[in-house]
Design a protein around this ligand. Structure first.
Ligand code: PHE
Length: 444
């Protein structure tokens, strides 16, 4: 890697003051997403389940390279230049005009342009973020969308018929849907849309996604409710709450009541016409959603640490193999004939290797800004998957000098083996010197 260009997946890109992709991320890049297509991998099981649930009208699309223009990832979607997600503290930049996609919405324009009208696209996405059991700089999203011609929105037409069919099916299910959101809170219909057509698009969006959420969670919810001695008639509860995305209006977040908490599942809304105009299909109207696979898989399969998705340990993948004994059928132990319904898989944690905590206390420089994502990135780059979490445990300002002091606790632990003391000491001392060098901090 020379100082003026960076080579990614066989292509050279000029670097500039925005370039911030560490070797630890570069090493992981590939021309197509890997884990959601790995046999017996929980992310693959979940992707397959989503594709099966939404049905054959929707084309399943593999994403291509994660390297995208900032135009596709941000501008085309109306994400303003000053949006926090665009900051180099949050996004991996190849250079000022090229980045690693931060969400699958980056592919909306080209996917619509390629004449796809109903589709599900799966991709690896990249965000600089904190370090703990549920955050990893690479994760996976599925984007789904459906757009229709105006004639399909005619009264009694295709869209309305499909809504009726989906709603009739859900009406028979043990399902409680709460619409706690007013239209204006959700951003309102777009001014150039016929409100009747936009309302029908929202109705189609709701029926489709309610069906998807029901398919994902209902059996698991019923099984766990019964196990806890609850009533089999406890419905699965879903609620629609207002949201804001620059690329949809109205916009919603869907949450499901699961294990005593509202769990956020996805973001969605009616696609901004700007996106469809850009894609060369200005005469279409429809909706889109995006969801994160890891978070849902962690909850559904009881996977306690996001790093496990990356482990090669057969004790992990082996549990998701089709012959696994970790399955309980939704009926409560009775094997069902045929494999039409996915079984309920539950990950059985194997014993963890011991952790090793090390603290780092330091004074912040007074002449430059500090962002903790930069610290996390330095830790990740040196320590890789041997770091479990990094937590701020102290923060104070010296009363006289006004200097600010921070203390972070770095928890070293491998998923796959026992770490030697010496190895951890070496890692930690390397981290310290990199922090001093790159962030101009002063170790206390
Ligand atoms: N891209 C959004 C995210 O990553 C999710 C989303 C997709 C919202 C499509 C609306 C429509 O949070």
């Amino acid at each position: 890697r020379s100082s003026t260009t960076i080579s990614i997946l066989g292509k050279e890109y000029p670097t500039d003051d925005y370039t911030n992709i560490p070797a630890s991320i570069l090493d992981r890049l590939s021309p197509t997403p890997q884990l959601p297509y790995t046999k017996d991998h929980p992310l693959a099981l979940l992707r397959e389940q989503l594709e099966a649930s939404i049905g054959p009208h929707y084309t399943a699309i593999h994403a291509t390279s994660p390297v995208v223009t900032t135009e596709l990832n941000f501008e085309d979607l109306g994400i303003a230049a000053n949006h926090p997600g665009r900051s180099p503290t949050d996004t991996y930049y190849v250079n000022r005009t090229t980045c690693l996609r931060t969400h699958t919405s980056a592919h909306e324009v080209e996917t619509f342009r390629n004449k796809n009208e109903r589709w599900l696209l799966t991709a690896d996405v990249y965000r600089r973020d904190e370090i703990d059991a549920s955050h990893y700089p690479i994760f996976h999203q599925v984007e789904g969308a459906a757009i229709f011609a105006h004639q399909d929105y005619a009264p009694g037409g295709k869209v309305e018929k499909e809504c009726e069919a989906m709603e009739a099916k859900l009406a028979k299910a043990n399902f409680e849907i709460e619409d706690v959101v007013g239209l204006s809170e959700a951003g309102g219909y777009q001014s150039h849309h016929d409100p009747r057509e936009a309302a029908l698009a929202v109705r189609h969006l709701k029926a489709t996604l309610n069906g998807l959420v029901f398919d994902l969670f209902a059996d698991r919810h019923a099984f766990e409710t019964a196990q806890k001695g609850g009533s089999a008639s406890d419905p699965l509860r879903v609620r629609w709450i207002p949201a804001f995305f620059p690329f949809t209006s109205p916009s919603y977040e869907v949450e499901v009541w699961f294990r005593g908490k509202w769990l956020e599942i996805l973001g969605c809304g009616v696609v901004q016409q700007r996106t469809l105009d850009k894609a060369g299909v200005p005469d279409r109207l429809g909706w889109a959603f995006g969801l994160g696979l890891e978070r849902i898989a962690m909850v559904l399969y009881s996977i306690p640490d996001i790093r496990l998705f990356w482990t090669q340990d057969p004790r992990f993948l082996g549990q998701f193999a089709s012959s696994s004994s970790n399955e309980v059928s939704a009926a409560g132990g009775q094997a069902k004939s045929g494999a039409a319904k996915p079984k309920l898989l539950t990950f059985k944690p194997y014993s963890k290797y011991p952790p090793c905590y090390k603290d780092v206390s330091f004074w912040l420089p007074q002449d430059r800004a500090f962002h903790e994502n930069d610290l996390f990135e330095i830790v990740r780059d040196r320590v890789g998957d041997l770091v479990e979490d990094v937590v701020k445990i102290d923060d104070f300002v010296h009363p006289k000098t006004k200097k600010q002091s921070l203390c972070y606790r770095i928890n070293y632990r491998s998923m796959d083996r026992s770490l030697e003391n010496e190895e951890v000491n070496q890692l930690h001392s390397d981290v310290l010197s990199r922090l001093v060098e790159q962030l101009s901090i002063e170790i206390r």
